[in-house]
Design a protein around this ligand. Structure first.
Ligand code: TA6
Length: 282
């Protein structure tokens, strides 16, 4: 049990032998090991020197998801997926270090100058024997409302993307297919499998729990609250166009990304948004 900080990273260790590694750069979880098995994908070509977002683990997306929008106009100058994933976070405190769980709160630096709103951003990572919980807290500390999108961009490791299935997307869920120019479609209710490039934003899921079955009787459940949407992404061969993607990496992960991204969320002065996810191994 315990929490160790080694310069750029913080490692949480649980009695069971489970461990989690978090880079302060982006407060990016880069590793979660249970029974010696790695649960996150991290591209071997990812830069880990703070020069680019980390390609793997759980990058934090805030305050925009995807390419910069034209509205509100001041958000047009932001970078794809915002700046939280490239900010230098710090450890606020160890919340708990007990057999029930090991928990650390990370805080983001003040907003960058291009973002004119005042907020506090905190990320709480809690490790238990077969479970990892991550909570994103966003508090409006300014005098005016502001709008944001937020998402946890989980790169979940899988033995073979062609064999996995994702169960639990409710029949009738609206989704935007980014591979078809954001075409709005209705999910038929069957399990999702990867047979081609997949990039879909499922909107306002009724059941906020998805089951990732690796195809070998193992997998994990992704449960979320506060986050109402979920993006599922696997680029297949298009992954070759990403300089930091390892060869064939797209066959070794699926991104299941709970978030609030179908529109902007408005936060009033003093108001707090809490987006939570719990990953549980089965
Ligand atoms: O969440 C899916 C997505 O928005 C995809 O459209 C894809 O391009 C990806 O994220 C990766 O984005 P990044 O900026 O990390 O290269």
């Amino acid at each position: 049990m315990g929490v160790e900080q080694n310069g750029k990273t913080v490692v949480l260790k649980h009695d069971s032998g489970a461990s989690v590694e978090v880079y302060l750069f982006g407060a990016t979880v880069t590793s979660w090991k249970v029974d010696g098995e790695e649960k996150f994908f991290l591209s071997s070509k990812s830069s880990l020197d703070s020069s680019k977002p980390i390609r793997g683990g759980i990058p934090i997306v805030f305050p925009i998801f995807g390419a910069p929008p034209s509205s509100p106009p001041e958000y047009a100058a932001l970078k794809q997926h915002g700046f939280a994933r490239t900010a230098d976070w710090s450890v606020d405190k160890v919340i708990m270090d007990r057999p029930e769980g090991v928990s650390v709160r990370f805080v983001a630096p003040p907003p960058p100058s291009e973002f004119k709103h005042s907020y506090k951003l905190a990320f709480v990572v809690t490790l238990a024997a077969h479970q990892l919980s991550t909570d994103l807290h966003i508090i409006n500390e300014g005098k005016e409302e502001f709008q944001f999108q937020a998402l946890l961009h989980n790169y979940l490791a899988v033995p073979d993307a062609k064999k996995l299935s994702v169960e639990g997307i409710d029949k009738g869920t609206r989704y935007k297919d980014k591979t078809q120019n954001f075409k709005e479609l209705i999910w038929p209710g069957e399990p999702l499998t990867i047979t081609q490039e997949t990039d879909a934003v499922f909107q306002k899921l009724e059941t906020q729990e998805l089951k990732l079955d690796y195809g070998n009787g193992k997998g994990l459940n992704v449960r979320f609250r506060g986050f109402e949407d979920c993006t599922i992404w696997n680029p297949q061969e298009k992954g070759k166009t990403m300089a930091d993607m390892e060869d064939g990496g797209w066959e070794r992960y699926i991104c299941i990304e709970p978030g609030f991204v179908r529109e902007f969320k408005y936060l009033q002065p003093g108001e707090e948004f809490l987006g939570q996810q719990v990953l549980t191994i089965f």
